[in-house]
Design a protein around this ligand. Structure first.
Ligand code: NDP
Length: 244
């Protein structure tokens, strides 16, 4: 029995990296998946790879009209959401003494405003018992020298989840944070030099970076009924990086 058979899932930031790995894992477990991202060509590729039962929708999570359009399509094609993963996020390396207003706004718009309204606007479509997952980061608990503002956006995610978790009983959903450590994705490759990427794994107790599929496995757990009493939690999948 596939653990997400018959479920309808929406995953943002799903045309590469961790989001794509989650979309793949959800399809493998039998879910009908809506994938959201900004680049249409990438969405077309994901649709081709994961079809049938996958729909790519162009959506910038920082634009409320895009979220309205996303959920209008989901409502029309599926009528409900059982699993929502607000995963879209960007990281810009900039020390606080140098960060520009533009860089700050870009990160807070995508990483904080985006997930907040991704969840808020989904509420009318959530089925009873729906599972919501927000992608956090170990940067929230173990700040990185060149990523302090990014870490602040991910710390904000924790508080958003606590706020939404408070209403979980009346609204009949569950909501949790999934916090990856350094994970081999296009996003990380753009952030770190080749030398930094090679060295990054050595500071992790398990001695290596994560693969996106390892983060996706935890996203399957949080989406499935196996986590039916998990609400308002943060699940770190970081090889022990932020815990030691
Ligand atoms: P990638 O850059 O590989 O993927 C990010 C995805 O998000 C892309 O598909 C991108 O597609 C999409 N995206 C970016 N901005 C927006 C937006 N405004 N609206 C909709 N989609 C958007 O990054 P990762 O897979 O590495 O990161 C995914 C999440 O995991 C992020 O939230 C990140 O902060 C978090 N994370 C990553 C870690 C890592 O080491 N990789 C560690 C900890 C957390 P497009 O450009 O087409 O929109």
């Amino acid at each position: 029995m596939k653990v997400l058979e018959g479920k309808v899932a929406v995953v943002t930031g799903a045309n590469s990296g961790i989001g794509l790995a989650i979309a793949r894992a959800y399809r493998a477990e039998g879910a009908r998946v809506f994938v959201a991202g900004r680049r249409q060509a990438q969405l077309d590729e994901v649709e081709a790879e994961l079809s049938p039962d996958v729909t790519g929708i162009r959506c910038d999570v920082g634009r409320l009209e895009d979220l309205d359009a996303l959920y209008a399509t989901v409502a029309e094609q599926a009528g409900r959401i059982d699993v929502l993963v607000a995963n879209a996020g960007i990281a810009i390396a900039a020390p606080l003494g140098e960060i520009t207003e533009e860089q700050f706004d870009a990160m807070f718009t995508t990483n904080v405003k985006g997930p907040l309204f991704t969840v808020q606007k989904a509420l009318p479509l959530l089925s009873p018992g729906a599972s919501i997952i927000l992608t956090g980061s170990t940067a929230a608990s173990r700040p990185q020298p060149n990523l302090p503002a990014y870490g602040a956006t991910k710390a904000a995610i924790r508080n958003l989840v606590r706020g939404f978790a408070h209403d979980a009983g009346t609204r009949r959903y569950r909501i949790n944070v999934l916090s990856p450590g350094g994970t081999r994705t296009q996003g990380l490759q753009e952030l770190l030099s080749t030398e930094e990427l090679a060295a990054a794994g050595s500071s992790v107790p398990l001695g290596r970076l994560a693969e996106a599929a390892e983060i996706a496995a935890a996203a399957v757990f949080l989406a499935s009924d196996a986590s039916s009493y998990v609400n308002g939690s943060e699940l770190a999948v970081d090889g022990g990086f932020a815990q030691i």
